[in-house]
Design a protein around this ligand. Structure first.
Ligand code: NAP
Length: 302
């Protein structure tokens, strides 16, 4: 990817602010690659991948994400179906529905939108999604394969973070990578992906913060990824000079969306930084589509 030039020189004149890792630009480039791959698949198999997004009830937060998925699927040429199930659906009925999709040869990918209502055990239901159709990499079989470095379906947000790191041009091997946040969907899988590429990985979480050690670890990071959901948790003056900073956090602050990193001050120290919004988010949606293509290829044994 071509990195956009910094917009201005810092006032001191000594250091240029970090270059932006522009998620819209990167996602446009990745979409072009996927379109080419899809046209090859269409030629070989006569049809394209179809995915189903299962949404239970219609929480407003989910709808914005679903409409952006639909738009990106349309741009690439993937068939996208959104199923809205009733909020009061039982776990048994939800599993029966998923198993029906598992058996449907016209459906290649399944995703289960979070949040799910109280009566649903998300982990249990996730394990009923056919591993070959599991677009979010949430089935325990795919999680296990990640540890072995064998999976072809990588959870979407960690995959987007890895694409951003790649686009910065940094050689991951031997670098200090610090991941703040250890959730199942972002921090943990990401730390495995970084480890696989021989980064020295430190994972920080709420207890690191409580022990007053967050600054100490963050300031060592050549590559810093923050996925917590707390605005301004990471102060700009903690950031190591010349580092790559990927801010996954999404926080509504008044009428603005902000990440977890103090952007302006961090930008004075980092070499590359993702903006929020417009950083990781747009690439995450494209990674879902890449997984749909990967799932299609697995099912067609390509
Ligand atoms: P999550 O499940 O709530 O996990 C947050 C993590 O942060 C947990 O591991 C938590 O540790 C840790 N944490 C909490 N307070 C902390 C502190 N003070 N210092 C250090 N670590 C702390 O959230 P998530 O689903 O991973 O999402 C994280 C953020 O990324 C959210 O803002 C979310 O909206 C955003 N997100 C963005 C995208 C995207 O595509 N851009 C995708 C997914 C998520 P404990 O569990 O031990 O408390």
């Amino acid at each position: 990817m071509k990195i956009p030039e910094s917009t201005s020189q810092s006032e001191s004149g000594f250091a240029a602010p970090a270059k932006l890792l522009d998620g819209k630009l990167l996602s446009a480039q990745l979409k072009e690659q996927l379109k080419k791959e899809l046209s090859d698949l269409r030629e070989r198999f006569g049809h394209v991948p179809a995915l189903v997004n299962i949404m239970i009830g219609e929480p407003a937060s989910s709808c914005a994400y679903a409409s952006s998925q639909k738009k990106v699927a349309g741009e690439i040429g993937i068939e996208y179906r959104l199923t809205s199930l009733p909020l009061e659906i039982s776990q048994r009925d939800l599993i029966a529905y998923i198993e029906k999709l598992n058996k449907d040869p016209h459906i290649h990918g399944i995703m289960l939108h979070k949040p799910v209502p109280k009566q649903i055990d998300y982990r249990l239901v996730a394990n009923h999604v056919d591993p070959a159709k599991d677009l979010e990499g949430i089935n325990v079989e795919n999680i296990g394969k990640m540890i072995l470095g064998e999976t072809r379906i990588i959870p979407c947000t960690p995959a987007a973070v890895m694409e951003h790191i790649k686009s910065s041009g940094i050689n991951i091997r031997g670098k200090e990578a610090v991941v703040v946040g250890h959730s199942e969907i972002v921090g943990k899988p990401l730390s495995l992906l970084l480890l696989e590429q021989y980064a020295t990985v430190t994972v920080c979480h709420v207890a690191t913060h409580e022990a007053g050690k967050l600054r100490e670890h963050v300031s060592q990071a050549d590559i810093l990824i923050v996925a917590v959901g707390k605005p301004a948790l990471i102060k700009g003056d903690w950031i190591k000079k010349g580092s790559v900073v990927i801010d996954v956090g999404i926080n509504r602050v008044g009428d603005r969306i902000e990440g977890d990193v103090e952007f302006e001050s961090a930008r004075r120290n980092a070499a590359y930084i993702t903006p929020v919004p417009g950083g990781v988010g747009p690439v995450t949606v494209v990674m879902l589509m890449r997984n749909a293509i990967e799932a299609f290829k697995i099912q067609n044994r390509k």
